[in-house]
Design a protein around this ligand. Structure first.
Ligand code: AMP
Length: 439
């Protein structure tokens, strides 16, 4: 029988790598809390219509990459429904914002999420069909200040802080403004006209986009098309005064906070609902898939999916790519956020008769928050020492004598010191740093 494997584009995450994922997530949660964000968890599948309307029918995501199926009705009271595994989380967050009438609180909502997303893309390094995102959204009624350029700058400054706290070195913040929807419409028309002449010389995708969604032409990565794209009119020239002022206020706040950025007039991002500020943080170590994270403002999204006016700004970090970046960095940086932590002690029962007592002792010690591994009484002492030496700072020997006397033999691997420790004092003894390490 053929062996079953994880589906193409998906993969298992195993320890100790999962430890690194957990550390990154913990640091992100800590940073978000400092900026007054709360966590939101939305369903992994949603009505297909949410993404068609909220991401845009013309986007690659919706037109080619979604995992969609028809969920058949199980009872007469149910209707069959087209469902989709979420390809991104912003649409789900905004749907929840509308559904729970969060706008009626009059407050700005600052929400973050961590979870898997699904896109049927061509898998390669840094690009998977199930991948993880850490993202956040700031959304609310205009009266709560949700349109303020200060919010854009705060989100960008928070991201710079997060990447610094993760010890990611060498990131670049690329920044642009795609203006209001009126600016974009104007620019799309300018582009469409400019493309009439050049599109026939470009790739098949660009020829299609030149008609359906000219803005998307700027996303093209085909090498031969780049000179044509460079020569196209720039979106910055099509912005009205209000959009220009908004963008100027974002960059002024970033300058004041000392967050470096690079203007990239071609950065329009793949999703239709973006307005004004768009951004990406890139990293040279990632190769072709160099975007660590992306985001932007989406002032019209809530209305596009049937909600009230609720401008917002958000981002999504590719967690898989964050991990790849950290793994590609010098070990020192990695160690500061992730050291594989050995157990405080390994309990070696001498003889199978001591197995039950070993479990009881481990239970007692784990209650004091110590990391404990237990051996097995069938192991010879030499084997126990070999295993213990690899995964713990100390070994605790539990034989018949120890069980009777209540005095345990503990050996510290680093110093080589062997001590007799009364059971009542064992937890405190193991809490003390073993020689040269801090617990
Ligand atoms: P997007 O939702 O397309 O704006 O993407 C935001 C971030 O998610 C990107 O910058 C990537 O880091 C990450 N990302 C997007 N698609 C994938 C994928 N197929 N595999 C891994 N990471 C991805």
């Amino acid at each position: 029988m053929a062996t079953l494997k994880a589906v193409r584009g998906t993969r298992d995450l195993l320890p100790p790598e999962t430890e690194l994922w957990n550390r990154i997530e913990a640091i992100a949660r800590r940073v978000f809390a400092r900026y007054h964000f709360g966590e939101i968890r939305t369903p992994i599948f949603e009505d297909t219509g949410l993404f068609a309307r909220g991401v845009g029918e013309e986007t690659d995501i919706v037109s080619k990459e979604m995992y969609t199926w028809e969920d058949r009705a199980r009872a007469q009271s149910e209707k069959s429904q087209s469902l989709t595994l979420r390809p991104e989380n912003t649409a789900g967050v905004v749907r929840a914002y509308i559904e729970h009438k969060l706008g009626e609180t009059g407050q700005l909502q600052k929400l973050y999420y961590i979870g898997p997303q699904f896109r049927r893309e061509r898998p390669q390094k840094g690009r998977y069909r199930q991948f993880w995102q850490i993202g956040a959204e700031v959304i609310g009624p205009p009266s709560a200040g949700s349109e303020s350029p200060l919010r854009d700058a705060e989100v960008l400054e928070m991201l710079a802080t997060l990447l610094d706290e993760l010890h990611i070195e060498g990131w670049t913040l690329e920044l642009n403004s795609v203006g209001s929807s009126a600016d974009r419409e104007r620019y799309n028309n300018v582009l469409r006209t400019a493309l009439v002449e050049v599109a026939p010389k470009m790739c098949a995708d660009c020829q299609r986009r030149a008609v359906t969604n000219p803005l998307r032409v700027l996303d093209c990565k085909v090498h031969e098309d780049q000179p044509f794209i460079e020569a196209l009119p720039k979106i910055g020239d099509a912005l009205d005064q209000a959009s220009k002022d908004h963008f100027a206020a974002v960059t002024a706040a970033l300058d004041a906070a000392g967050v470096p950025y690079k203007l990239n007039p071609r950065l329009v991002r793949g999703l239709d609902y973006y307005t004004r500020t768009t951004f990406e943080f890139t990293h040279g170590g990632l190769g072709a898939q160099n975007a660590l994270l992306g985001g932007g403002r989406y002032d019209g999204l809530s209305e596009a999916i049937g909600g009230p006016k609720a401008p917002g700004i958000g981002f999504a970090i590719g967690l898989d790519r964050l991990v790849l970046t950290l793994q590609g960095q010098p070990k020192i940086a990695l160690d500061t956020i992730c050291v594989e932590t050995p157990c405080h002690a390994y309990i070696a029962p001498l003889g199978e008769g001591q197995n039950a007592a070993a479990l009881a002792l481990a239970r007692e010690l784990r209650k004091s928050d110590l990391r404990i591994e237990i051996g097995d009484g069938s192991f010879r002492l030499k084997k126990s020492f070999e295993i213990a030496n690899k995964l713990a700072w100390r070994i605790v020997i539990l034989g018949e004598d120890e069980a009777k006397s209540g005095i345990l033999t503990v050996k510290d691997f680093l110093s080589g010191v062997q001590a007799k420790v009364p059971r009542a004092e064992l937890s405190a003894y193991l809490q003390k740093p073993a020689d040269g390490v801090s617990t």
